[in-house]
Write a protein that binds this ligand. Structure first.
Ligand code: SF4
Length: 421
């Protein structure tokens, strides 16, 4: 019996010829990630354990993205703690205000992710990097601490579900609609501790930004990781950013999958996840008349340049509804600059949007757009749990940038087609 893509990466990093689902392994890490929320806990554990130097100062990324620029004194103290740790240990990839971006947009952009690598992060959406053919997954802060010290972590080898993508996407349908469609189909525990492996001709239909968005939300189906095959699109993206050698792994033809789920991309419509779970999906044409108070376009799911371009296409020459506070958050400084240079900021400002510095901000109810009791937001983020963006009696609807932008204009959940686009 052959191995899946994820199993091959795990076996290689464990120094084994093969691994099987359920097997416990210790594997060598290529990158360990933490942010301003999780790294302070890891640093406390690191010090408690009496660890000395880090295993490799070039293989740790510390990203102050969640509550920065510091939203309050606690956030300031946490950032300070990580800043000091990064200086003390000589961490190469430490990102502070002015250079920081939302971690899962920033790391691929900086060339810190390559195919075949094994990455852990003290953040559940670390699974994003599977878009580039890496095995990446979220861990707790204690595992992060041990990972920073020793460069190894333990894993239980996951089973896999293969999603066989075919067909072509319709206009205004993106990777976000595809992953919402999949989670709506299998549920928030539909891939519990499984590897979600995407394959098929339809993969070529998806840009790197689409794939990053889809792998990012694998955890919303309970998955251990999400992973895409490495093709010319991946290579073009990675080779423009990564100079170190990397290994491309492909699933064996006789790899064992617990399930194979066909997904016809041509049948997917613009989709929204209603409160309070990402599995509560409906197509926009069946959403009904849902008025909203706020639209957020940003996050590690959909704050990339392609997302901002799509939003600008919808907003160009239009005004957002006076009843909808529309906040655009480019995910990194580079995306911010590119969007500005392309004139997208003019489009957003003319439309009546606010533009934020890169931050997670409202995605996790931190700052920069908190909801009051009874308010509703459409957001391009990845979670719509109770109270995720503010008051426990507020609501978050998850959607693509195209749907979010059309919603901002019409003041209710809408697709761009309703604007004759
Ligand atoms: Fe987490 Fe949201 Fe930040 Fe992504 S943007 S890392 S989901 S808080």
């Amino acid at each position: 019996m052959g191995m899946t893509m994820s199993q091959k990466i795990l076996a290689a990093h464990a120094g084994l010829d093969r691994v099987t689902p359920g097997q416990l392994i210790r594997a060598r890490l290529d990158l360990v990630l933490g942010n301003d929320i999780t790294a302070p806990v890891a640093v406390n554990e690191y010090r408690k354990a009496g660890f000395g130097p880090v295993f490799d100062k070039d293989k740790i990324a510390l990203v102050l993205d969640h509550f920065t620029p510091n939203k309050d004194i606690k956030a300031a103290e946490q950032s300070k703690q990580i800043r000091e740790f990064a200086r003390e240990k000589g961490i190469t990839h430490f990102y502070d205000v002015g250079e920081v971006g939302v971690e899962h947009a920033l790391l691929p952009e900086k060339g810190l992710v390559a195919p075949g690598e094994l990455i852990i992060g003290a953040d559940s959406h670390t699974c994003t990097y599977g878009a580039l053919g890496a095995f990446s997954t979220g861990v707790g802060s204690t595992d992060m601490a041990a990972g920073m010290a020793k460069g190894i972590a333990w894993f239980k080898v996951p089973e896999a579900i293969r999603f066989e993508l075919t067909g072509m996407l319709k206009p205004w349908v993106s990777g976000k609609d595809v992953i919402l469609h999949i989670i709506g189909k299998i549920g928030v525990d539909g891939a519990l501790y499984r590897s979600m492996e995407f394959s098929g001709d339809g993969v070529a239909e998806l840009s790197v930004d689409d794939r990053l968005c889809m792998a990012n939300m694998a955890i919303e189906a309970g998955a251990k990781n999400g992973i895409f095959p490495v093709d010319d699109i991946t290579r073009a993206y990675v080779d423009a950013r990564v100079s170190r050698p990397y290994t491309v792994y492909a699933a064996d033809p006789d790899a064992n999958y617990e399930q194979i789920i066909p997904i016809d991309l041509s049948q997917i419509k613009p989709t929204v996840a209603f409160p309070h779970l990402p599995e509560n999906t409906r197509t926009v044409d069946e959403a009904g008349d849902i008025a909203v108070d706020q639209v957020i376009i940003g996050s590690c799911t959909n704050g990339r340049l392609e997302d901002l371009r799509v939003a600008a296409e919808v907003l160009r020459g239009r005004k957002v509804s006076p009843d909808v506070r529309t906040i655009i958050i480019p995910a990194t400084q580079l995306i911010y600059r590119q969007a500005m240079d392309e004139g997208l900021f003019t489009v957003f400002l003319d439309a009546g949007c606010a533009i934020s510095t890169p931050t997670c901000g409202p995605c996790l109810g931190g700052h920069m757009g908190i909801l009051a009791r009874g308010e509703r937001a459409v957001a391009t983020t990845n979670r719509n749990f109770v109270g995720r963006m503010g008051h426990p009696e507020s609501e978050v609807y998850l959607a693509s940038p195209a749907v979010a932008a059309a919603t901002a204009v019409l003041g209710r959940i809408a697709s761009p087609e309703e604007l004759d686009l």
